[in-house]
Structure formats: C-alpha cells, structure tokens
Design a protein around this ligand. Structure first.
Ligand code: F6R
Ligand code: MG
Ligand code: MG
Length: 382
C-alpha cells in the first residue's frame, strides 16, 4: 500500500503534504478501486520519489476513489506535484479503460493539464507547515458524500469542549481556533474565531451544502505558527465545475494532532456517533457516515452507506511513517452498528425526503430529464 521508510532526525523544516484524489474507474460499479490502478499509481509515485520530487508517498483507496498522499518541499499549488497527480490519474484511467471499469476517467474533466489540478475534477487537500519534534497527521477519506460532511466533525474537533477536552484543560489550546469558511456557491470566504464567534460559525456551517470549512488555523497564544494550517479539507464540487452531474465530490481532509492541538483520540471522537450526510446512492440521498477500517473500504449496500476511513501517520523529516488503520478498533464497532441501524431506518423512506435530497440539491442529477418527460402534461390550476 505504502512505501514509508525508516524514521530519521527531526529538522523543523517546512514540509508540504498533498492529498489528491479522483475516481478514475470503479470495480465493480462504483464500489471500490481495482489493484492494477493502485499498482500503477505506486509505480509513478515511486519514480517521482526516486527522482527527488517527492520525499514520500502512500497510495490508498476510499471506496471507488484513488487516493494519492504525497510529501514534498515544493509548497502548496506546486505545478510539478499537481502534474504528477494528473499524469498518474491519466495513466490509471488508461488501465481502467482497458479493463472497461465503470466510469473510467469520470473525474478527469479536462483534456489537458494546465498548471493546477484545482478545477479539473480531482479533489485536493494540501498544506505546508513547519514539522514539529513529533508530527502526528490524520488523513481522512470519505466516499459517497460531499465536502460539507466534514463540517460537523471538524467543528467538534476544534471548537466543541464536549468533544475536545484539551480546549478546556490544555492551556496551549484554551484560546481556541480560527476557521476559514468557504461559500462554495458564491466563491467567497470568511474567517471566524471560536469560541468568540461560535454561533456565527454554526449559522453558516450547519448549511453544509453551501458553506464548508476549508481550513483551521491556530490563534494568538498557541505554540504553533498562526499562519500555518492545522487542518485542511477538499472543497471541490464537481457539479459546479462541470455544470451537470458527472459524479461525486467525495471529500478528504488532513488534520494535525497533539501538543497544542487536539489529541489523536479527540480528532477521531466525532466519528463515534454516525451523523447524517448527503451523497449516498446517485449523489441524491441522505445517510449515516460509517467509520470503517481499510478492509471495509468497499461501498456495496445501496452503493454505500457513506463511509470514512482514517489513516494515521507520524511525519519524520517529510517521511510518511504509517499508515495506521485508525478505525480498525473495537471501540468503533458500536458506531458501525448504529450506522447500520440508521441506514435501515433511512432506507425505509425509499424515494421520499428526507432520505432523498430536496429538489434544489438534485438539480444537477438526472432527475430534471425525468421531469421534462411529463412537463407538457401539467395544467394550470387556480
Ligand atoms: C457514484 C455513486 C453511485 C452512482 C450510481 C449510478 O459515486 O455514488 O451511487 O451514482 O451507481 O451510477 P451510474 O450513473 O454510473 O450508473
Ligand atoms: Mg464512481
Ligand atoms: Mg467515490
């Protein structure tokens, strides 16, 4: 899966972690990623590491999404890194086409790479920061849902004292955190501080199909640099890019932990209660998010239910020491059981809201074509 090397000496240098993902073909249907695609990605990223472009990499999958985790010193939005990811997805697409995998190349919306992978279909979460003496990183990967699915857990991790004990009892976290929130419809953003503006934050992020948390920063009083993010979430919305429904924008996130940041267990804790997210079956249904180990990264029940994986790493001079399969723990079994129970309950609603999404959120699916067929039969009533 990954090719992480031995841990080395700490340097405190800046490192960039880039997680770039795309669905370039499912096997079978939209359930998972075929091994040949992961092998091809591993080969390409190994070449890039041998050539000195990457420090390290790890290839994973979340359901039908191929995940490329890369560490390097090129900073965010580096053309060489984005091109490497794009070329890797194209090479994997070629194999997906040969095998006639489902939806081969579906997330690659442009024909040619032009400088930056953002807006071209793949999802991306990347951040540059100064590596600490110990640098734990949690890589979250969701399938069959949307970027707003991270709003609730990220809020809980960095702003909810009932989740994160450190907000109350660790003096280096007492001041709270700053949230960068994007309005993905109007393409604008706002910075809001917790705990002072907690209610304003919730007013926005509770509307998760429109306002999404993009980054979280430390505040004055933190031992960490204020301008370096401690969490970042992918916010690409495929349907806003393509103008029509072509697939899902299953999101990913990078969250740093410990020593002035939420502890690993505080970062994972929000997933112990499976909350509802949208994006299940045909991107058109609400369902519970289920925290699963890697072995369950396969969406087969009604193409879901939506699920989240957590891969844990320690970064050592840019090396990705890991992954640890963090939801592979008996302590998350109750969350999975509960998610199954909620999934059954939601499924009982069949085509009815609130299992099915409201009409406005389905504008980009195939539903308008169905409505067109009966349009001429509507009569005016007074
Ligand atoms: C895709 C997804 C699936 C598909 C569904 C229909 O990520 O979540 O639920 O939307 O399987 O797929 P197509 O239109 O490819 O037959
Ligand atoms: Mg798919
Ligand atoms: Mg997917």
């Amino acid at each position: 899966m990954c090719d992480s090397q031995e841990a080395g000496e700490m340097t405190g240098e800046k490192v960039t972690v880039s997680l770039i993902k795309a669905d370039v073909g499912g096997f079978p249907g939209h359930s998972t990623v075929r091994e040949e695609l992961k092998k091809e990605a591993e080969k390409r990223l190994k070449e890039a590491r041998d050539a000195g472009l990457l420090i390290d990499y790890c290839v994973m999958n979340a359901g039908d999404d191929l995940q490329l985790l890369m560490s390097h010193r090129k900073g965010v939005d580096a053309e060489e890194i984005h091109k490497l990811a794009w070329d890797t997805f194209e090479a994997a697409t070629k194999i997906a086409k040969e095998l006639k995998l489902h939806g081969a190349g579906q997330d690659l919306l442009k024909d040619a790479f032009s400088g930056n992978i953002r807006g071209m279909g793949p999802g991306i979460a990347e951040m540059e920061f100064t590596e600490r003496g110990s640098e734990p990183l949690v890589v979250f990967m969701m399938d069959k849902t949307e970027p707003g699915a991270f709003n609730l857990p990220i809020f809980r991790i960095f702003a909810d004292p009932f989740n994160t004990a450190g907000l109350v009892i660790d003096p280096t976290m007492h001041q709270g955190f700053r949230f960068e929130i994007w309005d993905i419809k109007e393409h604008r953003r706002v910075f809001l501080d917790a705990p002072e503006e907690m209610h304003e934050i919730l007013a926005l992020i509770g509307a998760k199909s429109r306002y999404v948390i993009k980054r979280v920063f430390p505040k004055e009083g933190s031992p960490l640099p204020k301008d370096e993010p401690v969490a970042v979430i992918s916010t690409e919305k495929l349907f806003f890019i393509a103008g029509k429904y072509i697939g899902k924008d299953d999101p990913v996130a990078l969250v740093r932990a410990q020593s002035g940041l939420p502890a690993l267990g505080e970062v994972l804790e929000p997933f112990a209660r499976p909350f509802l997210v949208s994006g299940w079956m045909r991107g058109s249904h609400n369902g519970p998010i289920m925290p699963v180990p890697f072995k369950y990264s396969k969406c087969t029940r009604f193409d879901g239910p939506p699920r989240v994986l957590a891969a844990g790493f320690q970064i050592s001079n840019g090396r990705l020491v890991g992954p640890a399969d963090l939801f592979d723990d008996v302590a998350f079994e109750e969350a999975r059981r509960r998610a199954n129970e909620v999934a059954n309950y939601m499924r009982e609603h069949g085509p009815f809201e609130p299992h099915r999404l409201p009409l406005e959120e389905m504008e980009y699916t195939t539903l308008p074509d169905v409505l067109k067929k009966i349009e001429s039969r509507f009569e005016k009533v007074d």
